[in-house]
Design a protein around this ligand. Structure first.
Ligand code: ZN
Ligand code: ZN
Ligand code: FE
Length: 333
């Protein structure tokens, strides 16, 4: 401080590392790659066929993330006498879900294309499972300008991490504890309870159940569980995958039509870690629809971010009722 402009700026050394939060006991991924390597904005969509990295003749395309938080050959982390750091070893990928720029959300792509996307995710799990450093594979997609998605070309992301994400860790611990106490899978139990309560079920298929759980955090939070007790996405059979594609299309169609504007949302696959046995776990999808039942945007704010507990403005039963109605009326042909 107190110096002339230029000199007070920190040097642009590439920092790409994991920093451990000793208080919360979790990793933070730190990277100034975007700053360190100035980005020349290109005109045109980087995901469209014929762009420098895409080429032609594909249905679903996996690309390296241009500004990855994790890389296979990370720089040496900062040395610190107190704080714990680790190399940002991993992989950040973009999955382009269609060659069509304006294809919209997965529901508009249709079940055949969504099946191809799911097959691609499965093949990535298959591939990274074999990498010694790869501990977890998180597949997720963010949708909607309201939550900061700037590229409209349909795409998802995959992070292959050298650690188990915090939320997964919590799920693993709680489901293991439940299993030890009750000799049954917590998720299998929830599936049966939700199915018999019925009021929160959004869509039921032969092999999957979609519902807004009793304990939903986000207003339109849909969980999709396979009926079969499976841990890793590679264990999902082809028939289950086909069924999943059509369930996802229906659920997202419903979500995007509850209000007269598409629902901003995040979707994530929670599966077991790539290493070790986790037989008391049960993979599932979670979708966090961010509009409240009033149609206004829900923010994770002071209580949620500061305290860690969500406030739910309506009831999951009411949201499920609205979503089910939208799905039945507008998405079942
Ligand atoms: Zn495009
Ligand atoms: Zn189970
Ligand atoms: Fe989960």
């Amino acid at each position: 401080m107190g110096q002339e402009g230029e000199e007070s700026k920190p040097p642009r050394r590439l920092v790409q590392e994991l920093r451990w939060d000793p208080i919360l006991g979790e990793w933070v991924m730190v990277s100034n790659l975007r700053e360190a390597r100035p980005w020349r904005p290109r005109s045109g969509c980087p995901f469209c066929p014929g762009a420098p990295e895409t080429g032609y003749g594909w249905d679903v395309l996996v690309l390296d993330n241009k500004f990855p938080m994790l890389v296979q050959d990370p720089p040496e982390p900062t040395r610190h006498s107190f704080y714990r750091v680790a190399p940002a070893r991993g992989k950040c990928l973009v999955v382009v879900e269609s060659p069509r720029h304006d294809a919209g959300d997965l529901d508009e792509l249709g079940a055949n294309q969504v099946y191809k996307v799911m097959k691609t995710i499965q093949s990535l799990v298959e591939k990274y499972k074999e990498e010694e450093w790869a501990i977890y594979l998180l597949y997720f997609r963010n949708k909607g300008e309201e939550i900061g998605v700037s590229l409209t070309h349909p795409h998802a992301q995959v992070y292959v991490t050298p650690f188990i994400p915090s939320k997964i860790l919590r799920e693993l611990e709680n489901s293991r504890r439940y299993y030890e106490k009750n000799s049954e899978c917590l998720f299998c139990r929830i599936l049966r309870v939700e199915e018999s309560d019925k009021v929160r079920v959004v869509y039921s298929s032969r092999r999957w159940l979609a519902f807004i759980p009793f304990f939903a955090h986000w207003p339109f939070e849909v969980h999709i569980y396979p009926r079969r007790h499976v841990q890793l996405f590679t264990e999902v059979s082809d028939e289950e995958l086909e069924d999943l594609a059509s369930v996802l299309v229906k659920v997202l169609c419903g979500l995007n039509r509850v209000f007269n504007k598409p629902m901003p949302h995040m979707m994530v696959l929670h599966q077991a870690p790539l290493k070790g046995r986790h037989e008391d776990y049960h993979l599932h999808f979670e979708i966090y629809g961010a509009y409240r039942v009033s149609g206004r945007l829900k923010y994770a704010a002071g209580m949620e971010m500061g305290g860690g507990n969500f406030t739910y403005d309506s009831t999951p039963e009411q949201a499920a009722h609205m979503l089910r109605a939208s799905l039945q009326k507008k998405c079942i042909s």
